[in-house]
Design a binder for this molecule. Structure first.
Ligand code: ADP
Ligand code: MG
Length: 290
């Protein structure tokens, strides 16, 4: 498969402040890549650094295998970008902003632009300052998609969109994917992107902690397992699970043993307490997985 976008050990410090420490990822043609991490973990910094909007401290950005030069207009025109905070000229109308955007591209964007304006029910004669946050976001989406770029970079694209529009937006992404567009989609919520992503990468404190296909991740069946027993030390040795917390005869494990095998092991011991709880994927990756 063709690798379209690759980051190799990207690092960005704002003076002495850590933006990102070490981010590597690879996105293939036609993939939707979910870039997941809590606020402050470095998603926007990764995106701004890869686009060359801020200078990287070290590392590499490759587009179609070649080092990316942010001054290369031809390549830049192939990338659509939706920033997390859109700054548009307040006293321009939606129409004026979209017309202005068109001037940067040799290709005629009119048809796609009309399609998008209709899809998102935008009123072109309204001034930007009169738009709600959600509607400004929609203008940002049209700006990122209207020139039909090969690569689309979306930084928390759905904040401010209502659930219906979020759905419209996700359908648009799936259509683009069908055409072979490659998409990087950052979000602080895994649930938001898990239904449309092929792959997800988790970033925490500026470091990528795990990357995998969404199908593999859904299969990893982890639970919290709380056991209290006078034999807890023997149980601990036999389960070999990661320990979340421990006190006297009670341990909370991060368990991924299948239920039947688990019952077989536990049935040999006298238990005082047994609690099995679901764990969200977010919780799993952000707190325990390394
Ligand atoms: P996210 O988008 O995941 O919320 P950011 O990339 O915005 O995370 O932030 C990562 C870290 O970089 C944070 O600690 C943030 O305070 C810091 N940071 C981001 N932008 C700047 C900046 N312009 N100057 C200094 N520090 C910054
Ligand atoms: Mg951000």
């Amino acid at each position: 498969m063709d690798t379209i976008l690759e980051l190799k050990h990207l690092k960005k410090y704002y003076g002495s402040i850590r933006g990102i420490e070490d981010v590597s990822l690879k996105i293939h043609k036609g993939e939707i890549y979910g870039f997941i991490g809590p606020n402050g973990s470095g998603k926007s910094t990764t995106i701004r650094t890869l686009l060359g909007l801020v200078n990287k401290t070290s590392g590499e950005v490759l587009i179609k295998g070649k080092p990316f030069n942010p001054d290369d207009i031809e390549i830049k025109q192939k990338i659509g970008y939706l920033p997390s905070e859109i700054n548009l000229y307040d006293d321009m109308t939606v129409k004026q902003i979209l017309d202005y955007q068109q001037t940067f591209f040799p290709k005629d964007c009119q048809q796609k632009r009309n399609e998008l304006v209709k899809l998102f029910k935008l009123e072109e004669n309204k001034k930007i300052e009169d738009l709600s946050l959600g509607n400004k976001k929609k203008v940002g989406i049209v700006l990122a998609f209207m020139q039909e770029p090969e690569i689309i970079i979306l930084d928390e694209p759905t904040s401010g969109l209502d659930p219906i529009m979020q759905n419209v937006f996700h359908n648009l992404l799936l259509q683009e994917k069908e055409k072979g567009t490659t998409i990087l989609y950052s979000s602080h919520l895994l649930n938001e992107v898990s239904s449309i992503c092929d792959k997800v990468g988790f970033i925490k404190d500026g470091v990528m902690i795990k990357e995998d296909f969404i199908d593999n991740i859904n299969k990893e069946n982890y639970t919290y397992l709380t056991i209290s027993s006078k034999d807890i030390h023997k149980i601990k040795k036999e389960l070999k699970c990661k320990i979340i917390s421990e006190k006297e005869n009670e341990i909370v494990f991060l368990n991924n043993i299948d239920p039947n095998s688990l019952l077989k092991i536990l049935s040999k011991y006298q238990l005082d307490k047994l609690i099995i709880q679901e764990i969200s994927l977010e919780d799993l990756f952000m707190n325990y997985y390394k």
